[in-house]
Design a protein around this ligand. Structure first.
Ligand code: ZN
Length: 436
């Protein structure tokens, strides 16, 4: 067989359930899928292929999966820092969104977000925002894979000035993108249990259920949210969402910082997944999600960056490093959140959390060919004893040399193959002048 792409050499970190790692790999890709994945025996001849990549001494790993982003928020990177969440949202982010988010700016800023993600090894993101059509266009241009949720909120929002039309807008988005691009899967993103009414939440969930799609929501992010929901509904945010019938295996709960043992048991019982966003939670001082206890109860936990205004970057290597260390210091246990489990939260577990576990998240034959090659020759990457630890604790996004999504090379020797970075940068800088 003549393959489309053959990658040879390198240390292969498969991120499969057994944590398989092997040296000097041979990866054969056909029609966007991994079809052969094995150690390359010394002296053996490479199979026929249209394109070859020599991974050299690099580490070949699954593309990272960012389970929670708001791509157009790159426009607000560094706009308002060091503020409490409610003040940050109400005095800065919501007004900036109302004044400056248009389909044009959303697309330009999303392109920047996609460029940043690909340049730091993220091949899939799970996103939610307004004007998600513009985000989808940017993702399609970039060659990334994404689950994209049209934002739903019961306030006038960019693109949906009348909130009574928010579910219809989400449905129209789903219908436009359901079959449009094999790398894009539509979804619905409800902002939170305190900005959406019960009726809105239930209608949004019914819509995703009808289409077999992912339902995303920020939940139990802050102490303020916990108190507010308790006061108005008499239960925790997780208890409230469950009472509305929203928790199931197709629900992604973002943050889950303010949850107790009852909430954890409920999330586990319903099979909902959690997107843990340590950097955003740290920066906004929201608190620390009890990741060890969630994992103990068998909850699928994925890592997310959150939007660029509360992080302030999209480098998922940094998320992995921080997620590991934050959990260790929280639990006062250096064995907590080990490197393999953290890598899983950014790959295999993240894929499961966004409903794509059968397709992506590990290097296994039959899965889609989404992978990265990380330079292991840079001074901080030498020597290489434990490749998984090196990826989590040492590597940074800038070490990613090559990125393949769906079998297509989208980053080659740190050059984006699908986008003109200079144009993207100029466009966002121009928009930022107006924001400033
Ligand atoms: Zn968020």
């Amino acid at each position: 067989m003549r393959y489309d792409l053959v990658i040879h050499g390198g240390v292969i970190v498969t991120a499969d359930a057994d944590g398989t790692v092997f040296d000097n790999g041979l990866i054969c890709i056909k029609d966007g899928r991994l079809v052969r994945l094995e150690p390359l025996r010394q002296g053996s001849i490479l199979p026929e292929a249209v394109t070859f990549i020599d991974a050299g001494d690099g580490i070949v790993a699954p593309g990272l999966i960012n389970a929670h982003s708001h791509l157009p928020m790159t426009l607000f990177r560094g706009l308002a820092d060091d503020l409490p969440l409610q003040q940050w949202l109400e005095a800065h982010i919501f007004p900036a969104e109302a004044a400056h988010i248009t389909p044009h700016s959303a697309k330009a800023a999303a392109l920047l977000g996609c460029a940043e993600m690909l340049l730091s090894g993220t091949t899939t993101c799970c996103d939610g925002y307004f004007f998600e059509d513009a985000v989808a266009e940017a993702v399609a241009t970039s060659g990334m894979r994404a689950v994209l949720g049209q934002g739903v909120i019961d306030h006038p929002a960019p693109g949906v000035p009348d909130p009574t039309g928010n579910i219809a807008a989400a449905e129209a988005f789903i219908n436009r993108w359901k079959e449009a691009n094999p790398c894009i899967r539509p979804s619905v993103f409800c902002h939170s249990p305190y900005t959406c009414s019960a009726a809105t939440l239930q209608a949004a969930k019914a819509l995703t259920r009808a289409h077999g799609l992912l339902f995303q929501i920020h939940a139990a992010e802050t102490r303020w949210e916990l108190d507010t929901i308790r006061q108005s509904h008499g239960v925790s945010p997780i208890g409230y969402l469950d009472r509305l019938g929203l928790l199931d295996a197709d629900t992604l709960l973002v943050h889950c910082v303010w949850i107790d043992e009852v909430d954890i048991a409920l999330i586990a019982k319903r099979g909902a997944a959690v997107a843990h966003c340590p950097e955003s939670n740290m920066k906004l001082a929201s608190g620390i999600a009890p990741v060890t206890r969630l994992l103990r109860d068998g909850v699928t936990v994925a890592l997310g960056t959150d939007g660029c205004a509360s992080n302030n970057d999209l480098d998922h290597f940094r998320t992995m490093d921080l997620a590991a260390k934050l959990q260790k210091v929280t639990d006062r246990d250096p064995t907590a959140a080990g490197a393999a489990s953290v890598l899983a939260m950014a790959t295999r577990q993240a894929a499961a959390a966004i409903g794509m576990g059968a397709e992506i998240g590990s290097l296994e034959s039959g899965k889609r060919a989404d992978l990265i090659i990380v330079d292991a020759n840079r001074p901080h990457m030498v020597p290489l004893y434990h490749p998984i630890s090196q990826l989590v604790y040492t590597a940074g996004g800038a070490d990613v040399r090559t990125v393949v999504v769906d079998g297509r090379i989208v980053l080659r020797d740190r050059c984006l193959q699908t986008m003109e970075l200079e144009r993207i940068r100029t466009a966002v800088a121009r928009l930022a002048k107006a924001v400033r």
